[in-house]
Ligand binder design. Structure first.
Ligand code: SF4
Ligand code: SF4
Length: 137
């Protein structure tokens, strides 16, 4: 009976002097790995607009059917998304949209902090997606 007790104490002592696993969140943040798939963002062109050319591939491939897109064409013939929305309440962060995008416009970023009270705040529109770029330099 004393042996298991000593074994237990040894384990306790071992972890007592080792580095703690917990961090003081939110004062401390953990660095996410390169493979982490967090909140989406749009890559920008030099003029600050989205690189998206509204091809519709991400909308078609999305298994959750949570991307809504309305395409429009500039006078110079370039397509752009007049409306682009991702429903963050339905997204499963699979990354298919990022993988299929032919111009690398939509990306899944490192941001894992997004808490809101209103359902409407989970609609990631173009403005939101462009703004998220600053969290993913
Ligand atoms: S990451 Fe989300 S938005 Fe993109 S394809 Fe997957 S479910 Fe759809
Ligand atoms: S984000 Fe990429 S895949 Fe989706 S519509 Fe725009 S260009 Fe096409």
């Amino acid at each position: 009976m004393i042996i298991p007790l000593l074994k237990g104490l040894a384990v306790t002592l071992k972890y007592f002097f080792s580095r703690p696993f917990a961090i003081q969140y939110p004062d401390e943040k953990i660095e996410m790995t390169d493979r982490w798939r967090g909140i989406h963002y749009f890559e920008r062109r030099e003029d600050g607009s989205t690189k998206c050319v509204a091809c519709g591939l991400c909308e078609a491939v999305c298994p959750s059917n949570c991307i809504y897109l309305e395409a429009e064409v500039y006078e110079n013939g370039r397509r752009f998304p007049r409306v682009y929305e991702i429903d963050g309440t339905r997204c499963i962060f699979c990354g298919f949209c990022e993988e299929i995008c032919p111009v690398n416009a939509i990306r899944l970023g490192k941001n894992y902090e997004y808490v809101r009270h209103e359902r409407a705040d989970f609609i990631f529109d173009t403005t939101f997606l462009l703004d998220q770029k600053k969290l993913n330099p």
